[in-house]
Write a protein that binds this ligand. Structure first.
Ligand code: UDP
Ligand code: MG
Length: 309
């Protein structure tokens, strides 16, 4: 018997949960399949948890998990997917930016045999700089990243079959970058497109800083090429340093000591200092990641769960 789980991470979504539930339900009702909802309250500071408690009391197919604090969307996704019991899951945002009208279409392709049905958003109505920055990110990321390909507009909104889901849950890393993980597991993919929509209520949680960190995570999670650049860059600069010293020495033997090269000394210090700091930072990043992985802390802590029937 087929069963669809709808997994929804929620952080401060008190005004969105109920509209989301009703809107998605209106499409699901017509589909004649068994559906369960798994909402994950990611340590919301508003009434999200209360709304979820009520909803799951009223509706037997609504379950929820509530974290002890805000662990971030990646943790919410992981928890929701872990607790989903369906033969297929659809991962969606609570703010209706992932239109529930796509659910029947995703299901249709799932029934045709695709393991991942991916919804791709265009960037209509988004401001110019945000669009340009995203473009740049995807160009850079795909240059630097091995094994996986990231495509603009593709996020977490997707359907996963049980085999694809189980494969994903096998990846236990602490630093999770879902966009990359989804692509890493492979399986047959079908991409469908949808129009960009603005969020229904409340505010988006991405600051510029947040996005930058996300971008760095994406690049560092999937390869060690930045470390290689450090090595090559270091070798390159050392090589020229040698040539410089050699030339200065030859010059000294031919012409004797001239005015001490204040400018060159200082510029060398600054340049090398900068390069070294950058690469120390990159190396530090990787070591930081190892540190987190080594600690094997749980991805999230659950404070409350809906009663299982
Ligand atoms: N979210 C979450 N934990 C967080 C931040 C966001 O569970 O720390 C959820 C949020 O409630 C929403 C989804 O992740 O359902 C996407 O968040 P948002 O709309 O802020 O991001 P955007 O649409 O800008 O990608
Ligand atoms: Mg949103």
């Amino acid at each position: 018997m087929e069963k669809l789980s709808i997994v929804v991470p929620c952080y401060n979504e008190e005004d969105n949960v109920i509209p989301f539930y009703h809107e998605s339900k209106s499409f699901i009702e017509k589909m004649d399949i068994e559906v369960e909802y798994v909402f994950v309250d990611d340590g919301s500071r508003d009434q999200t948890l209360k709304v979820l408690r009520q909803l799951s009391n009223q509706q037997s197919n609504v379950r929820f998990i509530s974290f002890s604090r805000n662990f971030g969307k990646e943790a919410g996704i992981l928890a929701g997917l872990t607790y989903a019991s369906g033969t297929a899951v659809i991962l969606m945002d609570a703010d209706l930016q992932h239109p529930p009208s796509l659910i029947p279409e995703m299901w249709k392709y799932y029934k045709e045999g695709y393991d991942q049905v991916i919804a791709k958003r265009n960037r209509k109505g988004e401001n110019f700089t945000r669009r340009k920055i995203s473009n740049l990110f995807y160009k850079l990321a795909n240059k630097f990243v091995d094994e996986v390909e990231m495509i603009d507009g593709i996020g977490d909104f997707r359907l996963l079959s049980r085999p694809a889901l189980d494969a994903l849950l096998e990846l236990k890393e602490y630093n999770r970058f879902s966009k990359g993980l989804f692509s890493w597991i492979g399986y047959s993919e079908k991409i469908i497109e949808f129009e960009n929509v603005q969020r229904a209520n409340g505010e988006g949680k991405w600051s510029f800083n947040g996005l930058l960190n996300y971008a760095i995570d994406g690049i560092l999670s999937f390869n060690n090429r930045p470390l290689r650049i450090a090595i090559y860059g270091g070798l390159f600069i050392t090589f020229f340093g040698f040539i410089y010293i050699l030339m200065t020495l030859i010059n000294y033997f031919i012409n004797g000591i001239e005015t001490p090269g204040y400018f060159t000394t200082i510029s060398a210090i600054i340049l090398l200092g900068g390069v070294q700091l950058t690469f120390l930072g990159i190396i530090g990043e990787y070591i930081g990641r190892i540190y987190y992985e080594a600690k094997k802390r749980p991805h999230y802590l659950i404070k409350e769960k809906s009663l299982e029937e």
